[in-house]
Design a protein around this ligand. Structure first.
Ligand SMILES: *Cc1c(COP(=O)(O)O)cnc(C)c1O
Length: 294
């Protein structure tokens, strides 16, 4: 954990550096995979099959985990028009992942039984990890984020970026005191329901202090505005920490803005989780060279 000197000193801000957890299996994707890999082992499966977009942090993490721990990986990639030459997919292939590109229409059928049967015919028995690595086995791994923070400090607020909501749901399941503030990387209000659904499906106690802020999505998933990039570049030069534009950049922008607006009581201890995701930056810069992301 790392304290950064917050400009106006109104709060104490600590960063839980999960971006440093593992050189290839970044941040929360590692947390979410941990107990899934144990379960896969228990089921005696030798292949992990999972889903994601062409720049997915989860796809990269799953491929790297397969290489490190010696199991086969299959990635079902959304969008058949894509080639495998972007940084994320090249990395996945270099780590031995077999990539299968499917149309957006087929991708939407990924949870259907007949689609799964077809995959079984093609790839044999596999352990299926949903998109983003989010399922019930993801929760205990993410609850450990809370345990590790609590072992060091008593936090008033735990902040985390949210996509599928698996990471925040796991943290909520492990919360013992304080409150959790999620920052949605997507436009819309559906995440609250998504997280509550996950908690109840997984038998976790949801009667905890948490809320999901939807004010800092910058136009939606993987969308951005110059103000976000400027903030991230400033953050990097001030604190020496690289953020990613899809999740952690938006969360820190939100935290700084909320401090400005007096959201946190004076003297609060705020811990923000750096969930990683840095592998996506190369692809982001290649797609948006004019964004000037450092
Ligand atoms: C995937 C990801 C998230 C979102 O996690 P969810 O469990 O899907 O909510 C947050 N930050 C980073 C860096 C990620 O890669």
């Amino acid at each position: 954990m790392q304290e950064i000197q917050f400009p106006n000193g109104r709060i104490r801000l600590f960063i839980k550096r999960d971006d440093l957890l593992h050189p290839q299996i970044s941040g929360n994707k590692w947390r979410k995979m941990k107990y899934n890999l144990q379960e896969m082992h228990k089921q005696n499966k030798k292949t992990l099959l999972t889903f994601g977009g062409a720049f997915s942090n989860h796809i990269a993490a799953a491929a790297a985990a397969g290489k490190v721990y010696g199991f086969e990986t299959v990635g079902i990639i959304r969008g058949e028009e894509l080639d495998a030459s972007n940084a994320t997919l090249s990395f996945a292939e270099e780590n031995g992942m077999h990539l299968k590109f499917v149309s957006r229409t087929d991708y939407r059928r990924k949870n259907d039984a007949d689609f799964r049967e077809d995959l079984k015919k093609e790839f044999g028995a596999f352990y299926m990890l949903p998109e983003g690595g989010t399922n019930c086995f993801a929760l205990p791994g993410c609850a450990e984020i809370i345990d590790e923070i609590d072992a060091e400090i008593s936090a008033d607020y735990y902040c985390v970026a949210a996509g599928t909501g698996g990471t925040i749901a796991g943290m909520i399941s492990g919360l013992k005191q304080g409150r959790i503030l999620g920052f949605s990387a997507l436009k819309g209000d559906f995440l609250q329901g998504e997280v509550e659904g996950l908690l109840s499906n997984c038998g976790a106690d949801s009667a905890k202090q948490f809320s999901i802020n939807t004010d800092y999505h910058f136009g939606g998933y993987a969308k951005f505005k110059p103000a976000l990039i400027e903030f991230m570049n400033d953050f990097k030069s001030q604190f020496g920490i690289q953020l990613d534009p899809i999740y952690t950049g938006k969360m820190f922008f939100g935290i700084f803005d909320l401090v400005e607006k007096g959201y946190f009581e004076e003297g609060s201890t705020v811990v923000a989780v750096h969930t990683g995701g840095l592998q996506g930056i190369e692809g982001f810069r290649a797609r948006y060279p004019k964004s000037k992301l450092l």
